[in-house]
Design a protein around this ligand. Structure first.
Ligand code: TYD
Length: 231
């Protein structure tokens, strides 16, 4: 169920680690802003200052004892904060909200990856987010091995630069990432109206062009207006 009373547009990005989400989100947001749209950029886990504190707990590889149920609840705690503090007000004000990941990630990583029950995830989603669901989800589909190799190379660079350790999930076994990949493929097949699968092995320019074509269609369908908003 989507929130039909709000004037904004909610876009989410999904994909395996190393699918190029960060680059493509940046390109899309720059283009939307250049076209005159007011954009709220957010991320899961993260976004709000409280969400960024929760992110640290979730991704620190030192937190090996974090149980699967606690992990699931923390992802939703982070999301509830994001929805209440940032996403809903921005959508109500008519902004384009672009989120790096949302609940599809929880279905893929905690549902398929960890094997937690999907009905529990659906119930928590309803409780944490209510009707706040993406209008369009860009799913960047990358070969699992390529994505993982890119993510590991990036993590090694971050470690060498002394940046925060965010590798707890990336360090999961290959079978875990296989289940996540299969879950994304199933989600994209189940919800072709909302989820737009894009081949992330194409050039950066081509991936961006595909994303822009999908976003433009949604902007036109929503009759979204331009200009600064006051959230
Ligand atoms: P992200 O910051 O997008 O990292 P990356 O750039 O590597 O994709 O996501 C952090 C990690 O959190 C990523 O491994 C996926 C995981 N994750 C979940 O397991 N469940 C969730 O609900 C979300 C939002 C992310």
């Amino acid at each position: 169920m989507t929130d039909t009373l709000r004037p904004g547009l909610f876009l989410s990005f999904e994909g395996m680690d190393g699918s190029g989400k960060t680059t493509q989100m940046r390109l899309l947001i720059e283009r939307l802003r250049a076209e005159g749209y007011d954009v709220l950029e957010t991320a899961e886990p993260g976004g709000t200052p409280i969400g960024r504190q929760i992110r640290r707990i979730l991704l620190d590889s030192a937190n090996q004892e974090l149980s699967s149920r606690a992990e699931l609840l923390l992802y939703f705690a982070c999301r509830a904060q994001n929805v209440d503090e940032w996403i809903r007000p921005a959508l109500a004000a008519g902004c384009v909200v672009v989120s790096d990941r949302y609940t599809d990630s929880t279905v893929a990583y905690q549902g398929a990856g960890r094997g937690l029950p999907m009905d529990v995830i659906r119930g928590l989603y309803q409780f944490a987010c209510g009707p706040t669901a993406p209008d369009l989800t860009i799913y960047l589909d990358i070969d699992r091995a390529i994505g993982l190799a890119r993510a590991h190379a990036r993590n090694a660079e971050h470690a060498a630069a002394g940046q925060t350790d965010e590798t707890r999930i990336d360090n999961e076994a290959a079978e875990f990432h296989d289940r996540v990949y299969d879950a994304y493929a199933a989600l994209a097949a189940d919800e072709p109206g909302r989820i737009r699968r894009i081949d992330a092995a194409q050039s950066i320019e081509q991936v961006h062009a595909d994303i822009w074509a999908a976003v433009e269609t949604h902007i036109a369908a929503h009759s979204l207006s331009k200009g600064p908003r006051h959230v």
